[in-house]
Design a protein around this ligand. Structure first.
Ligand code: KG4
Ligand code: ZN
Length: 361
């Protein structure tokens, strides 16, 4: 089986060719960072136009890198949501057009399912069920991945996603976009104990997150400093204090999720307890170290897919399609060509919507 995966839900246009054995024959990503940098965030209309301009060329590039022709592609998988609607439309319409002309099945993949299953692409021995912490610019969720198509959401953010909070803190401190890597770099030389910041949701039951108040607390701390431009030590200390507070909050919520996971799957029912961390924020080494020690304390294994599979990419979408094909067979796995893009599409359809929660605008 060879699947073409297409990803266009945010600010990366991506196409990949993946085999049923999990071999990534090609994985090309065109980032729009430079386009959005002057605005300090993703501008949906600009993103949609940029996807449209490069999607055809990117698919051709993926095919040629993989040395595969359209005739050899068995199915098309494209992100069908959630995400910025203009971009999702570009990917879905392109995928449908190829599927219709080549007479192969079309699969609309939930972007979150792509992230959720990506760890099984990088670690083929990873078995269901596992706990997933998905932390990106648009999402912050804890889920139990029970099997292909079966996801139980334990918690989600009630306001900002964690990557979004990093980006906003960076912007208010005059750092580069995207903010996550810039905040992490500045934090490396900072004093994390200098500013007393809140630990949102810490100590509460459940697994929901909140980062908006923490972001505002950083603003207040910066405003309370003596007038004039921020000194680089102030920026470093603010970043270190923010990152440390975020890590505390993340660890507290994830510990609750670990307890929930273990109560649902007492030892012996499954093949080892694993916490998978996916999404762009998983690149943060300080957060990763914190989650590693949390996992060790709870006798769980931490799995973080390689950075290229953690950030948005086409390989995870192709792989989710292949997982679906393997689990359900072509007839059940395929979507009709009448599939309509879904800007909102919860992975766990039974989970109650969190108050104020939404996808990144
Ligand atoms: O998964 P991703 O590439 O795109 C989506 O949002 O879906 O994640 C991008 C997010 C941005 O908010 C970026 O600031 C954040 O991931 N990020 C980081 C780091 N690298 C990327 N956040 C914290 N620390 C990092 N090192
Ligand atoms: Zn994503």
């Amino acid at each position: 089986m060879i699947v073409l995966g297409i990803e266009t839900s945010c600010d990366e246009t991506a196409a990949a060719i993946v085999t049923g054995d999990g071999e990534i024959l090609a994985d090309v990503v065109r980032s729009q960072l430079d386009l959005h940098r002057p605005y300090g965030g993703v501008v949906p209309e600009l993103a949609a136009r940029a996807h449209l301009e490069c999607i055809d060329g990117l698919i051709s590039q993926a095919l040629s890198e993989a040395q595969v022709t359209f005739a050899e592609v068995d199915a098309i998988a494209a992100t069908g949501g959630p995400g910025l609607i203009g971009g999702v439309i570009v990917g879905v319409m392109t995928g449908k057009a190829i599927a219709a002309t080549r007479k192969v099945p079309f699969m609309a993949i939930n972007h979150l399912e792509g992230h959720a299953l990506s760890a099984r692409l990088s670690d083929r021995s990873l078995e269901f069920p596992y706990l997933l912490l998905l932390v990106s610019g648009g999402h912050c969720q804890l889920l139990i991945v029970e099997g292909v198509g079966t996801y139980r959401r334990l918690g989600t953010t009630i306001d900002d996603a964690l990557g979004e909070a990093f980006d906003k803190v960076a912007r208010m401190l005059g750092l580069d976009y995207p903010g996550g890597p810039a905040v992490e770099r500045a934090a490396a030389t900072g004093n994390r104990g200098r500013f007393k910041l809140p630990r949102p949701m810490k100590g509460r039951t459940g697994c929901d997150f909140s980062f908006s108040g923490l972001k505002t607390a950083v603003r207040h701390a910066a405003l309370a400093l003596p007038e004039g431009p921020l000194q680089s030590t102030d920026v470093a200390d603010l970043c270190a204090s923010f990152q440390h507070a975020a890590a505390d909050s993340l660890a507290d919520r994830t510990a609750n999720a670990m307890a929930e996971f273990k109560s649902r799957y007492p030892s012996g029912d499954h093949h080892g307890d694993t916490l998978v961390v996916a999404g762009g924020v998983a690149a943060n080494m300080a957060l990763r170290q914190r989650l590693q020690s949390l996992a060790t304390d709870h006798h769980m294994k931490l799995v973080v897919p390689p950075a290229k599979l953690c950030t948005d990419n086409g390989a995870m979408i192709a792989w989710a399609g292949l997982e679906r094909l393997a689990a359900f067979g072509i007839d059940k796995a395929a979507d009709g060509l009448d599939f309509a893009p879904r800007p909102r599409w919860p992975l766990d359809q039974d989970a109650a919507a969190a108050a104020f929660a939404g996808v990144k605008a």
